[in-house]
Write a protein that binds this ligand. Sequence first.
Ligand code: MTE
Ligand code: LUZ
Ligand code: MOS
Length: 751
Amino acid sequence: MKNLDSKSHVRGESVYLDDIPVVEGTLYACVFDSPVAHGKLRSVNTDEAASAPGVVRVITANDLIGENQIGGILPDEPLLANGEVHFCGMPIAVVLAESDEQARAAASLVKAEIEPLEAIVDAREAFAKGSLIAAPKRFKLGDTEKAFESCAHVFEGKTRSGGQEHLYIETQGAYTLPSETGGLRVFSSTQGPTAVQKAVASVTGIPMNLIEVDVTRLGGGFGGKEDQANAWAAICAVSTQLTKRPVKYSLHRMEDMRMTGKRHPYSSDYRIGLDADLRIVAYDVVFYQNAGASCDLSLPVLERTLFHCTNSYFIPNVSAVAYSCKTNLPPNTAFRGFGGPQGMFVIESAIAHAADALGVDRDEIQRRNLLSSGDELPYGQIVESEAREAWSQADSVYDFATLKKEADEFNKTGGHLKKGVAMMPICFGISFTKTPMNQARSLVHVYTDGSVAVSTGAVEMGQGVNTKIAQVAASVFGISIEKVKVHTTNTLRIANTSPTAASAAADLNGKATQIACEKILERLNEVAAELELESWPPVGTGSGGDRQIGPPEGETPNWVELVNEAHLRRVNLSEHAHYATPGVGFDWSVAKGHPFAYHVFGTAIVGATVDCLRGTYEFDYVKCCHDFGQSMNSAVDRGQIEGGIVQGIGWMTIEEVVYDSEGRLRSNALSTYKIPDVYSVPDEIAIEALETTRPNLAVFNSKAVGEPPLMYGIGAYFAIREAVKAFDKENLPAFDAPFTAEKVLMNLHRS
Ligand code: MTE
Ligand code: LUZ
Ligand code: MOS
């Protein structure tokens, strides 16, 4: 079962925002953004820009009819700067012109008089100055103070992990058209059509029922379009409202890199206590998150850092505090893993620290502390764990001891190449941690020719969710997948959607689709019974997974005949169904609850070779045993795992977001920001399925797969570190990611 989009992708026929045919009269927008990270905006002079060739209008904050506010969680984010600028790249004015080139040329003619104020770019500095987005969040399990007293070994230290540019292939953008009665049609490259609808309603003052947001697919989102697609849609919407003309804005790569937020950098303090048997007894951790200039999704990201601060380990005494620090960087945002990876990097570092100090292998400590079913997580949920199963299956398939021995043997032969091997277990909670977001709807129509149209709240962004949803419909109806079309995500067909995020889109929207199809099927079977036909679907069809679905050709009763009989009998062939994940909830007043429907587990082993003359490295392999549940589509899921691993390795190794002390992005293009390419991906990625049969609340007993594999990439950091230690065992690099070749080189030859 292939990804249904693969054919049109390969032929170049898939439609993205910039492929939508433009309507006559369309204007092109371009933003003039702040060149200063923090300052008083004394004046904006748009005269020269307004009289440039092709320019129709220039818009500033004063022109907005609705509110100058797009903050989704806290109302702290103006659409256009007014009185103050908070980060380099903050939109100040919007130039509208007859062509894209004219708009860009004119935007550079806008003049702003800005009186610079002190810029904060570092999270700890913001913390020291009391610059916080909100009050800190805390998790507490057991009693760390008492527990540390009884520990045989206690270690403490600091870690840092860097930002990450989403680098979706399709940049941010929107296209808005006026519709009658003062409404708007909005095409947006967004993971959250409803979030766009709300932002547009806020800045235009137009009610949500007059705003239609439509999304065909994205050329990648990775979290970067969960919230941050809103600004561009809002800018186009305001422009359409003021000019009564269609307006399009498709950002250039460097505009996108400069103006949008990224993964949150973190700086953290840890203290870890172990007993004589290497059991982790106590863990104390403080996280400083660099939120950027406004909240965006920083608070739920911060919360997920806490949720994953003990990764896949059971620790009976935990105290975790997290600060969201307000700085003068573009607001940082969701990125695959949503704060989880940042939390996991710290506990993995603490374990590495303990292993170094005690002279034991890191994996010895990891293995002894893996979660078991029935263990309590720091937030009160009792875990149903597959951590130990995943670890032992990975060990038995890949043989950790032999892989480590091979590296040791290699390292003994001397030379400037050294190999390092690292284990990386993962545990990732599935569900939005904000419980009300765990709901979805699906609209299913069966037409009289037997074809089926499905609409849901899920957005296709390359992760294959439309394929999985089509599989659900084909499977319940027992018809071939060619008869099913999953249509665009549209706020008039499906309302009040949660963003496609938290890896839960297929779970939530797939379940809603399953319910809708089952209801229609029930009515069809009443008709079949009246006709004294066997019930539909015929035996042998209608299963999920990779199996070919669809009844044998020419079989009676025939699907089309049954559908037509139903229609003649005036039976409803459409259904709009709702699904809400049962059993989830969280109470922040005590910071305890059962936020996740289930967890995804897995273990990877990562092998690296470091060139100790140059500091460069290659990854020999990533071999993992991953918990798929029962995969609905193994091609799609394997693609997600490979992509996640490579993206995680990029974050930990070569991707380095650099802002200077004035808050200007230095890594502002693909020449200065490197992501893994075909030469730098691991030579081998091996994926073994840990097929669990435990019922898990996901669709057809599959498990969510989108984000968890990214965290295998953390193993890459520690594999490099092992190789550096093999070169010079006195040399213990600081826990400071990404481990770029420059940093490796400096570490190798420090002494
Ligand atoms: N895969 C591709 N190809 N492109 C993407 O943008 N986003 C990731 C993941 N995999 C992404 C992707 C992120 S951040 C999430 S939350 C999930 O897909 C969302 O989709 P799902 O809920 O259907 O898994
Ligand atoms: N988005 C969100 C997410 O709003 N809440 C979440 O819990 C979450 N988790 C992962 C990714 N995106
Ligand atoms: Mo993914 S970070 O939940 O969009």
